[in-house]
Design a protein around this ligand. Structure first.
Ligand SMILES: Cc1ncc(COP(=O)(O)O)c(C=O)c1O
Length: 375
């Protein structure tokens, strides 16, 4: 088994070696829990109550005995939230994307995927027997010209995009994509992982762009980010949901979400709907954070979401910074290939309401001072 050690050496020599860090007591500047809901008392209570009612795990796949009234309630809540006809839950976003994309686009079909889509989309495309073409990031002229050339050769076409790109924090133009899908009779698959609870008053990208849902639009989202829980969902037509339940292997052959997590997700969605000030506060905090960092000379990007990348470039340099921050008690990991292209390593700072305002800026000060010491 020496080959494993050799491979590890190679990974290390490229500065791409990864280690997990026990994060419990660290200042977390890279969590996707944008609204801080995972520590919300009501969300925690909803989880505990169902733990005592039904236990912790679900015990089986949705199709065996792992589908409870809490799964049903959460699906009902999500379809109302997203404005679609149906919804089906998944164990995680990775399972949703890798499982669903291959059954939507099959042999004889075409997938057009944005070049910066999440790894789970890339893997979903790899698992599909359809032809896959990658269009330039948010370049809808490139997408358009490919469709003009190719559309007639394929039965079905699936256009796939993140709505908020997880490593850049920029936003796909959902209106433009919707028009292209109409013109060329395509399906549109939107990964709303980082838009749910953030854009469109928390409802996601369709609501942000004022695009009305139609049955050729498939919205995938996660419960693990702004919703503060775990798991994922696909919202679309009732027929699509029936089809997914019957065909998607990552749903059929995988244990369903623990019911207590469904209950916390429902509570979190209710809070997002009821307390509009939460999203306002996130926007304000993001803008203040950007201004604060810019004024201190940090080369930070802001593309309209709480994801604020600080591009470093060299993998080695990004690692050194991240290690130094860790020694100061700050968790801000170096994001490197394959999460981003080689030579585009970065620190991916995410704004979160997990900390109070004063505390947040105190931590940012420590972050900036550490950066300064290094430079
Ligand atoms: C855009 C996007 N899609 C899908 C996923 C996968 O979701 P999950 O963490 O629930 O597997 C993530 C994050 O992990 C993501 O950023």
């Amino acid at each position: 088994m020496d080959w494993i050690l050799k491979r590890l050496e190679l990974i290390k020599s490229e500065n791409l070696y990864r280690e997990r860090v026990v994060s419990d007591n660290l200042i977390n500047l890279c969590s996707n829990d944008y609204l801080g809901l995972r520590r919300n008392k009501e969300v925690i209570k909803a989880c505990i109550d169902v733990c005592f009612q039904l236990g912790v795990g679900s015990g089986a796949s949705q199709l065996v005995s792992g589908y409870t009234s809490w799964h049903k309630k959460l699906e009902d809540k999500l379809k109302e939230f997203k404005g679609t006809e149906g919804c089906v839950l998944f164990g995680s976003g990775y399972l949703a994307n890798t499982g669903t994309i291959p059954v939507l686009a099959e042999e004889g079909d075409l997938i057009l995927s944005d070049e910066l889509n999440h790894a789970s989309i890339i893997d979903g495309c790899k698992l599909s027997k359809a032809e896959v073409q990658i269009f330039r990031h948010k370049d809808y002229e490139d997408l358009y010209s490919r469709l003009k050339k190719l559309r007639h050769r394929f039965r079905k076409v699936l256009i796939v995009t993140d709505s908020v790109f997880s490593m850049e924090g920029d936003v796909a133009d959902i209106s433009a994509l919707r028009s292209i899908c109409e013109e060329f009779d395509c399906m549109l698959y939107i990964d709303d992982a980082h838009a749910t609870g953030v854009l469109g008053n928390g409802k996601g990208s369709l609501q942000e762009f004022g695009v009305e849902w139609k049955e050729n639009i498939i919205v995938m989202g996660t419960l693990s980010k702004a919703v503060g829980s775990y798991g994922a969902f696909i919202c679309g037509s009732s027929a699509l949901v029936e089809y997914i339940i019957n065909r998607v292997r990552s749903l059929i052959f995988s244990t369903s979400l623990p019911p207590p997590l469904c209950a916390s997700a429902i509570k979190a969605l209710e809070i997002i709907e009821k307390d509009v000030t939460l999203i306002e506060e996130l926007k304000r905090r993001t803008e203040e954070t950007y201004v604060f960092l810019k004024e201190k000379g940090v080369n930070v990007l802001w593309n309209g979401t709480p994801i604020l990348p600080i591009i470093i470039g060299s993998e080695e340099k990004a690692l050194v910074i991240s290690e130094k921050l860790l020694s100061e008690g700050i968790l801000l990991r170096a994001i490197r290939y394959p999460a981003v292209p080689k030579g585009k390593a970065r620190l991916r700072l995410t704004v979160s309401l997990l900390y109070g305002r004063e505390e947040w800026f105190k931590y940012l000060d420590v972050f900036v001072n550490t950066l300064k010491k290094l430079s």
